[in-house]
Design a protein. Structure first.
Length: 179
């Protein structure tokens, strides 16, 4: 499994001077089951423009896939090889998992190519930090390698790690109108 991710966050002290408000392992890590993807939430905004006031940790909440309405989320996901991950995705399909937000983001149970197909009403910037991962669309797929960037624009998509080691991808999701 991936190492903890160090999260360093800046803010302002009582005198209005810049300072570090968090420095340590990101505390909000989610994994639904053994063999599933590991999601580390790094930051979250609830409006645009975002507020830089206060010292509260906006990731101290229940996990949700899409960003907040009019907001954004920054996370890193470690994808185990599909040889481990597919079984947990299929189990999620069987349990009819819903992320509880009432917004788009649940798994697409109709796509037979890969059990991880899903769609969110967001624009997502994905940066491969380590390993390789396949980005699957309903029509087509492409291999992304370390350093590659994908801009995902509200499409139905899945991530497939066909290798032997975890693939680690950083994501920024920004709320967008549904397509």
């Amino acid at each position: 499994m991936s190492s903890p991710i160090r999260r360093v966050v800046t803010g302002h002290n009582a005198q209005g001077k810049s300072c570090f408000i968090f420095d340590g392992p990101a505390p909000h890590v989610y994994q639904r089951s053994a063999g599933s993807s590991r999601v580390t939430e790094l930051w979250d905004t609830s409006s645009t423009p975002a507020s830089n006031a206060g010292d509260a940790d906006p990731t101290d909440r229940a996990f949700r896939l899409p960003p907040p309405k009019n907001g954004s989320v920054f996370r890193v996901i470690s994808y185990p090889p599909d040889s481990e991950r597919r079984a947990s995705l299929e189990a999620e399909h069987a349990s009819q998992h819903d992320d509880g937000t009432g917004r788009a983001g649940a798994l697409d149970r109709t796509n037979a190519r890969h059990p991880g197909f899903h769609k969110t009403a967001s624009i997502d910037y994905a940066i491969v930090l380590r390993g390789e991962i396949w980005a699957l669309m309903e029509e087509g797929e492409t291999l992304l390698k370390q350093g590659d960037v994908l801009v995902q624009r509200g499409t139905n998509h899945a991530w497939s790690n066909r290798g032997d080691a975890p693939a680690v991808v950083a994501f920024v999701l920004i709320d967008a109108a549904a397509v």
